[in-house]
Write a protein that binds this ligand. Structure first.
Ligand SMILES: Nc1ncnc2c1ncn2[C@@H]1O[C@H](COP(=O)(O)OP(=O)(O)OP(=O)(O)O)[C@@H](O)[C@H]1O
Length: 250
């Protein structure tokens, strides 16, 4: 469903055009119906990878195919839902307004949109504040509203950048339940997170990124096989520290 081959991205920033290698020969594939989690320290390149899949960042080299299409292809975009790391919603609009806006841009017929809005708002627990302006929302509520936007068109591929960010334990459980339910319908989920316990719990495969590179990819079963129980640490925490701890960004 997602194929990334030899992806390379170097940002040039500042007046001196200082280069930062955000992605270094990254290759990965995600199967149809898989939940694939990416973890890594701050600045590892996770968001750059996700933005490249969405054609929001243009890689210097390498190829990406989503459902057989290049990211810039409209047919590819129609099958994608995206939750950005820092969702930018309009303060003076309600979550209902945002969903109507998405329905129009996605060319969804009005009766279908009217049926879908309460469904998706119930999923994210915002049905009771449907018509309230976003400015009155807490950080966690904004995160839920943005998730509703990502889920609204029932995309085949869901890409989530830090979906648990700003959520309380109930909110985090809600997000993991949504990801699982969405995946049970045969859809594919790719997300990155710093909450290792959630990643460990719900992913079919997990990749660790470090300094722009994909350090390793592992299944939860393989994880149990290779990491002996370290007191007080989950197997994924142990592997994470072993992989990026020594030379990673501290
Ligand atoms: N627009 C940009 N211009 C210049 N450098 C950038 C830009 N965006 C990201 N970078 C740099 O690219 C590297 C990778 O950043 P990226 O945001 O992809 O990492 P990340 O793994 O998502 O980090 P975090 O976990 O903190 O969100 C970092 O060194 C970052 O400073």
């Amino acid at each position: 469903m997602i194929q990334v081959s030899q992806l390379q991205k170097t940002y040039m920033s500042g007046v001196r055009r200082k280069p930062t290698n955000a992605l270094v020969h990254v290759s990965l594939h995600v199967e149809c119906g898989e939940i694939f989690g990416i973890i890594g320290p701050n600045g590892a390149g996770k968001s750059t990878l996700l933005k490249s899949l969405l054609s929001l960042v243009r890689p210097n080299s390498g190829t990406i195919k989503l459902n057989g299409f290049f990211p810039s292809d409209l047919r590819c975009r129609q099958s994608l839902g995206y939750l950005p790391e820092n969702p930018c919603l309009y303060d003076n609009l309600s979550v209902n307004d945002h969903l109507i806006f998405i329905a129009r841009t996605a060319n969804l017929k009005n009766p279908l949109a009217q049926q879908r809005i309460p469904e998706v708002l119930a999923m994210v627990g915002l049905d009771h504040v449907r018509h309230k302006q976003i400015r009155t929302f807490s950080k966690g509520m904004v995160q839920r509203a943005a998730l509703a936007c990502a889920l609204f068109t029932q995309p085949e591929i869901l890409i989530l950048d830090e979906p648990m960010s700003g959520l309380d334990p109930l909110g985090r459980k809600m997000v993991t339940d949504i990801i699982r339910a969405y995946n049970d319908q045969g859809n594919t989920v790719l997300f990155c997170s710093h909450v290792l316990t959630d990643v460990e719990r719900i992913c079919d495969r997990i990749a660790i990124m470090d300094r722009g590179q994909l350090a390793l990819t592992i299944t939860p079963q393989e994880l149990l096989d290779i990491t002996p129980d370290v007191r007080g640490e989950s197997p994924l925490e142990t592997l994470f520290v072993r992989t990026v701890g020594a030379g990673g960004q501290q």
